[in-house]
Design a protein. Structure first.
Length: 300
C-alpha cells in the first residue's frame, strides 16, 4: 500500500469517526425535540438543548467561520436559543418554588407571597417562550433540517474533518480560558471584586469553561488522552461560576420586573432583594476558581 493510500485511509477513518459521533447527536436532537413538542418536559427540553449545543460545538471545530456550514449552524443555533429561553424559565421557576416552600415552612408569609408573584410572572413569560418554541421547532427540526444535514454528511464532512485537529482547538480554548482567568484575578484584588466589570468578566470566564467542557465531551473521540479529564474539570469550574451567575440573574430578573409590578410592600421587597444580593456576594467569595482577595490583603 502506498503512502498516499495510507493517508487517504486514515482520512476516511477520521471522517467516519466524526460522522458516527455527529449522527448520534443529530438523532438525539431530533428525537428529544419531537418529545418537547408533546408536553414541554423539563428533561426533554434540557436534552434537546444539550445535543444542539454539542452539534454547534463540533461544527465550530470543523468550520470555525461557518463559511461552509452557515445555514446548518444557524438552524441549530436558533433551536438552541429558543430551547434555552424555556429551559432558563423552568430553572428559575423551580428555584423560586423551592424558596417559597422554605419561606412557608419558616412562617414567612410576606416572602412566600412575593415569590408566588414572581413565579406567576415567570410562568406567563414561559408561556410566551413555549409558544414561540412550539411554532419554530417543527421548522427547525423537520424535513428542511434533513435537507441540510444529509449533504453535509455526504459531501462536506470528510474534507472538513481532514483539515481539522480537535486537539489544537482544545489548546486554543485552554489559552483563552487562562487569559480570561488572569483578567478576573486582576479584577478580584481589592474593591473591584464586587464591581459590575468583575461580574461580567466572571461571566465570560464561565462561558470559556463551558466551551472547554462541551468540546471535551462532544469531541472526546478525536482528542488525545491528556484531554480526557477536561470535561469533569471544567464542568466543576462551570458549576461553581454558574451558582454566582444564576443568583445574579435572579436578582436582575426581580429588579427588571419591579416591586410595583409584583404588588409587593417596600419592606418585604427590600429584605428579599438584599438577602439575594448577599447570596450573590457569598457565592462570589466562596468560589475556588478565582479567589477574591480582600482589599487589605491585596495591598500587602
Amino acid at each position: 500500500m502506498t503512502t498516499e493510500q495510507l493517508t487517504k485511509d486514515r482520512q476516511l477513518s477520521k471522517a467516519r469517526q466524526w460522522e458516527q459521533a455527529m449522527n448520534k447527536l443529530y438523532i438525539n436532537f431530533r428525537d428529544y425535540s419531537q418529545d418537547v413538542l408533546k408536553g414541554f418536559g423539563d428533561e426533554d427540553i434540557h436534552q434537546a438543548r444539550v445535543n444542539s449545543r454539542k452539534l454547534l460545538t463540533l461544527l465550530s471545530i470543523l468550520d470555525p467561520g461557518h463559511s461552509a456550514t452557515e445555514e446548518l449552524y444557524s438552524t441549530f443555533k436558533q433551536a438552541q436559543k429558543k430551547l434555552g429561553k424555556v429551559r432558563d424559565a423552568d430553572v428559575l421557576i423551580a428555584s423560586f418554588k423551592e424558596r417559597r416552600k422554605a419561606a412557608k415552612e419558616a412562617g414567612d408569609v410576606k416572602t412566600a407571597e412575593l415569590l408566588t408573584a414572581v413565579i406567576k410572572h415567570q410562568k406567563a413569560k414561559r408561556k410566551i417562550f413555549r409558544k414561540k418554541l412550539e411554532d419554530a421547532l417543527p421548522k427547525l427540526t423537520g424535513k428542511a433540517l434533513d435537507a441540510q444535514w444529509t449533504p453535509f454528511i455526504d459531501t462536506q464532512l470528510e474534507p472538513l474533518a481532514a483539515k481539522k485537529d480537535a486537539n489544537v482547538v482544545m489548546r486554543e480554548l485552554e489559552v483563552a480560558f487562562e487569559q480570561k482567568k488572569k483578567a478576573c484575578k486582576t479584577l478580584f484584588k481589592g474593591p473591584e471584586a464586587e464591581s459590575k466589570e468583575a461580574f461580567e468578566a466572571l461571566h465570560e470566564l464561565r462561558i470559556a469553561a463551558k466551551h472547554l467542557r462541551y468540546t471535551a465531551n462532544a469531541a472526546a473521540f478525536a482528542l488525545n488522552q491528556k484531554f480526557h479529564a477536561h470535561e469533569a474539570i471544567y464542568k466543576d469550574i462551570q458549576e461553581q461560576l454558574g451558582v454566582i451567575n444564576d443568583k445574579r440573574v435572579w436578582l436582575e430578573t426581580l429588579n427588571s420586573i419591579g416591586r410595583e409590578e409584583l404588588d409587593v410592600g417596600k419592606k418585604t421587597w427590600a429584605a428579599f432583594t438584599e438577602s439575594l444580593r448577599a447570596e450573590v456576594l457569598e457565592a462570589l467569595h466562596q468560589n475556588e476558581v478565582v479567589p477574591v482577595v480582600p482589599a487589605a490583603e491585596s495591598t500587602k
